[in-house]
Structures are given as C-alpha cells and as structure tokens.
Design a protein around this ligand. Structure first.
Ligand SMILES: C[S@@+](CC[C@H](N)C(=O)[O-])C[C@H]1O[C@@H](n2cnc3c(N)ncnc32)[C@H](O)[C@@H]1O
Length: 212
C-alpha cells in the first residue's frame, strides 16, 4: 500500500473514534463564518469536502442548496445522515477521498472548506481539484486554523486543531490555491470558538471568501 493510503486509513480511524460517540464533536449548529457567508448567496450546488458530522451540510440543505459532501469517516457519514433526518433534509454524502471520488469540472456553484485540514501530501492536489470543480462565478468559503494557531493550542488544548504546521494554513497559501479568484475577504484573525466538544477557546484562523 502506498504511503498516502496508509496515512488516510490512520486518519479515518482517528476520526471514526472521535465521531463514534453520541454527541456531535463540533456541535449541530453550523460554523458562524460559513453561516454568515452562505446566507449572502443564491442556493445552487455546493461541494462540502471533509464535512465530518454534517453540521454545515444540513444548514446548507435547509437553505435550499443541493449538497454533495464527502469525508473519509464512515462514522461522520452516519452522524450526518442522522442530523439530516432530524432536520428533515436530504444530503448526498460519500465516504472516501479524491483518489476514488470524482466530480465534474465546473459542477458546483460553491465549495465550502470549513476546518478542512488535509495531510501535507494531499493538500495541493485537493485544492487544485476544488478550484477545477467550481463554476466560473462560483464561490469558495473557507475557515481553517492558521499556522499561528499552534501556540493557541499549546496554551489551551480545548481549542483543538491540528498540531502539524504543514496541515495548518497561511493566507499566502490560500491565496496561491485560489489565485484566479476575486477576493472578497482574506485574513488571518484571532477568534473565540465555541463549537461542540472540541473547538472551545481562542484560536487563530484563516478566513477566505472569493469568487472564481
Ligand atoms: C476538523 S474536522 C472538520 C469537520 C467539518 N468540516 C466541520 O467543520 O464540522 C476535519 C475532517 O476532515 C476529514 N478528512 C481528513 N482527511 C481527509 C481526506 N483526505 N479526505 C476527506 N476528508 C478528510 C476528517 O475525517 C474530519 O471529518
């Protein structure tokens, strides 16, 4: 088995462990930045990579978006299906990575990348695929921990987030993935998180909203 496959399997098993309990790891409510930005858009088709337990997918579906979510975690898929049922909406949610899942070029009106932290070996190719899958005029909404978040996590582990610098983001890195976009917002800032069991406290994030 190649190294990327081994890494992905180890990741999936970690996330299945986290999502195996009854509570929702990051809560049932959508991420605040995603909610604020999505409400400004006309509903269409949205791709939601690394969607976890479905809090953001269910919110989007409730606004009328046709949701295509994916994640490597089978437990994430199960919890997302439960949340969708509870909220009376339908979402498409596939388990896997972009080595097996294929989407069409210019298929989506929006791509949501909310704490979508990928292993270093996949990051570049994933973001170039997301860019390709978005229609011209489509929008990317991204919030993720910044490289400066490491010190926040060290002083208060309850805020969560990856501990590997390569998995975290910088504004320059995000700008390079979406260099063909009109940027509505790109910044790094300190925010107070209160999301379920695992994102609580002050953290440093990158926020990006841009139009292809
Ligand atoms: C911090 S969680 C965020 C979940 C969700 N976006 C949210 O904000 O509630 C990160 C997610 O990335 C997923 N993930 C990690 N590597 C992945 C990959 N290569 N492909 C798809 N999903 C991946 C994990 O399974 C996990 O659900």
């Amino acid at each position: 088995m190649d190294q990327k496959k081994i890494d992905t399997e180890a990741q999936a098993s970690m996330w299945n462990g986290r999502y195996g309990r009854e509570e929702y790891a990051y809560g049932e409510a959508p991420n605040a930045y995603f909610e604020e930005q999505l409400k400004k858009l006309k509903p269409g088709k949205i791709l939601m990579p690394a969607e976890g337990e479905g809090r953001n997918a269910v919110f989007a579906a409730k606004l009328g978006w046709a949701v295509s979510a994916f994640d490597i975690s089978t437990e994430g898929q199960r919890k997302a299906a439960e949340l969708a049922r509870k909220n009376g909406v339908t979402i498409s949610y596939k388990v896997g990575g972009l080595d097996t899942l294929k989407y069409q070029e210019e298929e989506f009106d929006a791509v949501a990348l909310i704490y979508a932290h990928f292993s270093p070996g996949l990051k570049g190719e994933y973001h170039s695929a997301f860019n390709k899958y978005l229609k011209k005029g489509g929008t990317v909404i991204l919030e993720a921990f910044s490289k400066n978040h490491l010190k926040y996590n060290q002083s208060d582990p309850k805020v969560g987030g990856p501990k590997d610098l390569e998995v975290l983001y910088s504004t320059d890195e995000v700008a390079s993935y979406f260099s063909n976009f009109d940027v509505a917002e790109l910044e790094e800032k300190e925010i107070l998180l209160s999301e379920g069991l695992f994102h609580n406290g002050y953290g440093s994030v990158v926020r990006f909203t841009g139009r292809k």
